[in-house]
Ligand binder design. Structure first.
Ligand code: FES
Ligand code: FE2
Length: 377
């Protein structure tokens, strides 16, 4: 009998085989968009007395402010011949169509047809807006369900003691992929190796808490070097730190995250803990594209314009990598002719998959309401 080589018997144990997770029904790029939810439609300073338009959930939405400053959202399609109302103009608080001059009030009712008086019953859709500066939220689904209390309490700038920077990306990918990306931190070690990732990141265990349609995660990376970007900005070069990362899928329009970095060898007068709050406001533009506003607030070096600038550039570069990755994946999905392809998922994908299942259930619950005219394409 041939003996096995000794090196094989005494060598290191083979790496464990990653456990595959059984597929369950979850949202993907084909899942209908969820209409009954609050989404950010614009930053406050994008809505003014100038007519502006923005597409959300496939709807072309006209935005402007009344003379009182109250923001208004109407369907950007004239009830007469579908001319874009954003090509018209404001007459006081009334909107005048630029094609044949119909006048609409801020609720969308046609109040005057030139030469014909005021027709009854002619109207364009109007949508509830809630302004919580610096953001304005919109509800595009059943207007009777637009409960302001459903807007998350997370807010980018309301707390004293925090300094925020922000940015915006337009992503040519379905919004569910961004939600999954935000819960999937194993990509930090690879996609963001130069900024916020370290190689240990892919291996930290995750605690996942799924309750009431929300998904919370917690990862603790103890006694490790700080990631390159924070090492620089927190003055932690060469030091060991604890890093605690909490992620929270709040709603179809929002994911929030917190990061704590604890210096394990602070000198006198050094800050011991550094905190960051990251808010991701996610609004589906169409089935294949997404508006993405992000804010990152810090409680250290609050008055330093230099640190603000560095955080803004570093985070923009990092999130640009996410945008590029999501767009590359969407391109593969659109163009690959292999129709039998199925993605594999692992235990580390659990928080993202749980979020996708919640989004699928919310979309399923709206199916009877699809006659509401929301474009799903
Ligand atoms: S299309 Fe607007 S008034 Fe005719
Ligand atoms: Fe990322």
């Amino acid at each position: 009998m041939t003996e096995a080589p000794a090196a094989l018997e005494s060598g290191p144990a083979p790496p464990p085989v990653p456990r595959l997770v059984a597929p369950k029904r979850h949202a993907d790029e084909h899942t209908p968009l969820i209409a009954n939810a609050w989404y950010v439609v614009a930053k406050s300073d994008e809505i003014s007395r100038q007519l502006n338009r923005r597409r959300v959930l496939g709807r072309d939405v006209l935005l402007y402010r009344k003379q009182s400053g109250e923001p208004v959202a109407l369907s950007n399609r004239c009830a007469h011949r579908s001319y874009p109302l954003s090509n018209g103009y404001l007459d006081g608080d009334e909107l005048v169509c630029g094609y044949h001059g119909l006048h609409y009030d801020a609720k969308g009712f046609c109040v005057r047809v030139p030469g014909r008086g005021a027709p009854s019953g002619v109207k364009v859709s109007s949508f509830k807006l809630i302004e919580r500066a610096p953001l304005v939220w919109i509800w595009l689904g059943d207007q009777s369900l637009a409960d302001e209390g459903l807007i998350s309490q997370h807010h980018p700038t309301e707390d004293a003691g925090w300094t925020a920077v922000s940015g915006y990306f337009h992503i040519k990918s379905n919004y569910v992929h961004l939600h999954e990306n935000l819960h999937d931190l194993t990509h930090f070690s690879y996609l963001h190796a130069q900024t916020i990732g370290t190689k240990e990141f892919a291996e930290i265990p995750i605690t996942v808490d799924i309750q009431d349609g929300e998904v919370r995660t917690r990862r603790e990376l103890l006694n490790h070097p700080a990631p390159p970007m924070w090492e620089e900005l927190m003055n932690l070069r060469g030091k060991r730190v604890d890093r605690i990362i909490e992620g929270h899928y709040c709603s179809p329009g929002l994911h929030s995250a917190r990061l704590t970095i604890r210096d394990l060898s602070p000198k006198a007068n050094d800050l011991e803990e550094f905190h960051l709050r990251i808010l991701h406001f996610i609004s589906p533009e169409t089935q294949d594209s997404t508006h993405y506003w992000w804010f990152i607030a810090r409680d250290f070096a609050q008055t330093s314009a230099e640190v603000s600038g560095a955080v803004e550039v570093g985070i923009s570069n990092t999130f640009q990598q996410d945008k590029d990755a999501l767009e590359a994946i969407s391109e593969v999905k659109r163009t690959d002719g292999n129709t039998s392809f199925r993605e594999a998922s692992f235990l580390s994908d659990r928080p993202g998959m749980a979020t996708l299942r919640i989004l699928q259930r919310a979309a399923d619950a709206e199916q009877p309401q699809h006659a509401d005219g929301i474009s799903r394409a």
